[in-house]
Design a protein around this ligand. Structure first.
Ligand code: F6R
Length: 638
């Protein structure tokens, strides 16, 4: 759907919002602006006061600032910084403290003076927090106030850690973290239970006093909250919405985070639209869901009343349009995700030939595949396709310490038992098991030394990786796939990195490319295209997209379809679905059983399966057949 640019397109937006093609482009533009500001103020003989944020979002921005420092001589010698927040209870050298994050991401790489850096202190005793917060505010005032405040946005709509309920004039204070915020931090802390419950944060009022504010947001997970902040009412329920009344605040978003804005999602409400097939489908499904009606019951007047009169005049009567879109939706449904052999495939999502196909499942982390497409995987295997599941990373960062400890203890006890001959004949003769004993003891000692929050040494990560691999093989086997069709690429970006700090390398792309060229698949299943580009899924997608490009004009590519799913947090909207694989209650149960092979779950248990049920309910609401659950896919480039 192409839309004619018109000033009215942004009429619902109460904060100036720029949609950048990529997060990298947006971050580079903002870094350039910071550089200009610093140089301008330096020329006037004045310091620059920056308000800084942590989290995944500003990572590409800080990398660009470092580049400007190294390659273009940008100096931070005359810059003063104030960070938004810090977890309460974490010392400055704690692996997850925001102080440490800032050192690793920026401070250690530029010429900021140590005395110019300010973060709330997470170790302040509770009875001293109030005074500490007041002193923080006073320090900001003494520096002359913040010239430019950098922000991210949490899924609760928080800026800083101003969770729902924070008032417009709130000041720096201790706050309890929202459940969703703690859930989002769970991977960093190896489980939600380890995430601190409290943080010290600048208040909304503190933030609003900054002279200029720039909020960045990337990835589809932020799309709905960005819409609420930009288009919704100013409300304590979404603290970012208070930026609406700031005279110089703006949002920089990538295309995925802009997805829910009216000008992107419902452009016909704000501008003239050249209706194409995809846009028409989006409009019709939206109208049906809005009116709680099946597609086939939509009326002419409902189209007219919702800005779609032009669509009707071009397409004929509602009756004809409804049938056409209904048929398209109907044709997305298939129990044959690898194509149905010997069947007419003109209206099927996948081709009948070749059969069997080489089906490649590229999963960023173990469990991504099972969560989003476990039942589809099972069908592909059942239908005789050559399915290869390739895990791009070992997933060791998701394995809780308790799992590694359990494994090491079992190994220790087993080795000691065998070494003394007490295991009996089945274990063979007593022998030299000292190496196994030493290894198990070493792992337990490393766990002990690391404590709940320390950096895991490489050997411990390897052990956790082995555990995750075992679980991944078990899960694949539970879906009918034999272990020799499960591989691990162990991409370097993950093996060397940690959450929020991954860096894509040529070696990652080369490894994915080698896999593509070896398998020459007829279909590929993958996720991450709309994820935060710094998440595991986002980096994995970038590795795939670059590898795909590098394969150039390889003939197998002409015969290969790429099917996208949405990872574990979201589901596709109905107009985005090109293939809907229905699940019977039994198939869903089998999928859930496979998910349970993983001891450290990626998702809260209650969400598992719910997304697939919701997609089925949406299809039902549109007037299609009523299924227990549906796994949905979008075709790349369609
Ligand atoms: C960080 C902060 C938070 C984050 C927000 C988004 O200092 O104050 O508001 O900006 O939680 O986090 P990410 O960027 O990790 O999605």
């Amino acid at each position: 759907m192409t839309t004619a640019a018109a000033p009215t397109t942004e009429q619902f937006e109460k904060i100036p919002t720029k949609i950048h093609p990529t997060a990298a482009a947006a971050a580079a533009a903002l870094a350039r602006e910071v550089a200009d500001l610093i140089r301008e103020r330096n020329a006037a003989g004045r310091a620059t006061v920056l308000g800084l944020a942590t989290g995944s979002t500003p990572v590409p921005f800080y990398r660009e600032l470092i580049r400007l420092h190294r390659e273009e001589g940008l100096s931070f010698a005359n810059v003063i910084t104030f960070n938004l927040d810090e977890y309460h209870g974490l010392a400055r050298d704690h692996r997850e403290s925001y102080f440490r994050f800032m050192r690793e991401q920026l401070f250690d790489h530029v010429d900021l003076k140590p005395g110019s850096i300010h973060l709330p202190d997470g170790t302040v005793a509770l009875d001293k927090v109030f005074a500490h917060c007041q002193a923080y505010e006073a320090a900001i005032d003494a520096a002359g106030g913040i010239d430019l405040q950098i922000l991210g946005i949490g899924r609760t709509g928080h800026i800083g850690f101003n969770e729902p309920g924070s008032t417009r004039d709130s000041r720096t204070r201790l706050i309890a973290l929202d459940r969703i915020t703690r859930e989002d931090a769970a991977a960093d802390f190896l489980g939600e239970a380890n995430v601190p419950r409290f943080a010290i944060t600048m208040g909304v009022g503190t933030i609003l006093r900054a002279r200029r504010i720039a909020l960045m947001a990337w990835g589809e997970n932020k799309a709905e909250i960005v819409r609420q902040a930009v288009e919704g009412p100013e409300t304590e329920a979404v603290s970012a919405s208070f930026l609406q009344s700031h005279p110089d605040a703006r949002f920089l978003v990538d295309a995925a985070a802009a997805k829910a804005l009216t000008r992107v999602k419902l452009p016909w409400l704000v501008t003239h639209v050249d209706w194409d097939e995809a846009g028409t489908r989006r409009a019709v499904t939206w109208l049906a869901l809005k009116h709680h009606k099946p597609v086939l019951k939509l009326l002419d007047e409902e189209y007219n009343e919702n800005g779609m009169a032009e669509l009707l005049t071009r397409q004929g009567r509602a009756y004809d349009l409804n049938i056409r879109i209904f048929n398209q939706l109907q044709h997305t449904i298939t129990g044959w995700p690898g194509g149905k052999p010997d069947a007419d495939d003109t209206t099927r999502p996948e081709r009948a030939t070749p059969h069997p196909k080489r089906s490649l499942v590229l999963a960023p982390e173990p469990q991504d595949d099972v969560l989003s497409m476990g039942a589809t995987l099972q069908r592909l295997v059942e239908h005789g396709h050559h399915v290869e599941v390739v895990y791009l990373t070992s997933g060791d960062l998701r394995v809780a310490d308790a799992e590694a400890s359990k494994f090491a203890k079992v190994l220790l006890e087993t080795s000691e038992t065998i070494a003394t001959g007490a295991a009996g004949d089945a274990a063979g003769a007593a022998g030299d098991w000292s190496r196994q004993v030493a290894y198990a003891r070493d792992m337990l000692a490393q766990l002990e030394a690391k404590g709940p929050f320390g950096d895991p040494p490489a050997a411990l990560r390897r052990l956790k990786g082995l555990i995750r691999r075992g679980e991944a093989r078990d899960a694949a086997q539970a879906l009918g796939l034999s272990p020799e069709h499960v591989r691990f690429l162990d991409l370097p970006f993950y093996a060397k990195g940690r959450y929020r700090q991954f860096r894509l390398e040529d070696a990652d792309i080369a490894a994915v490319r080698a896999t593509l060229e070896e398998i020459q698949p007829h279909q590929i299943f993958i996720t991450g295209h709309l994820a935060d580009p710094n998440s595991v899924q986002g980096v994995a997608w970038r590795a795939f997209a670059a590898a795909w490009d590098q394969c150039g004009q390889a003939p197998w590519k002409n015969d290969c379809r790429v099917w996208l799913h949405r990872g574990h947090q979201r589901e596709l909207e109905p107009h985005e679905i090109h293939m809907a694989v229905p699940l019977s209650p039994d198939q869903l149960a089998r999928k859930l059983a496979a998910i349970r092979k993983f001891q450290s779950p990626t998702n809260p248990d209650q969400l598992t399966g719910e997304r697939n049920r919701q997609t089925a309910r949406t299809y039902d609401a549109l007037g299609l057949a009523e299924y227990e659950a549906i796994e949905a896919f979008e075709r790349w480039g369609a």
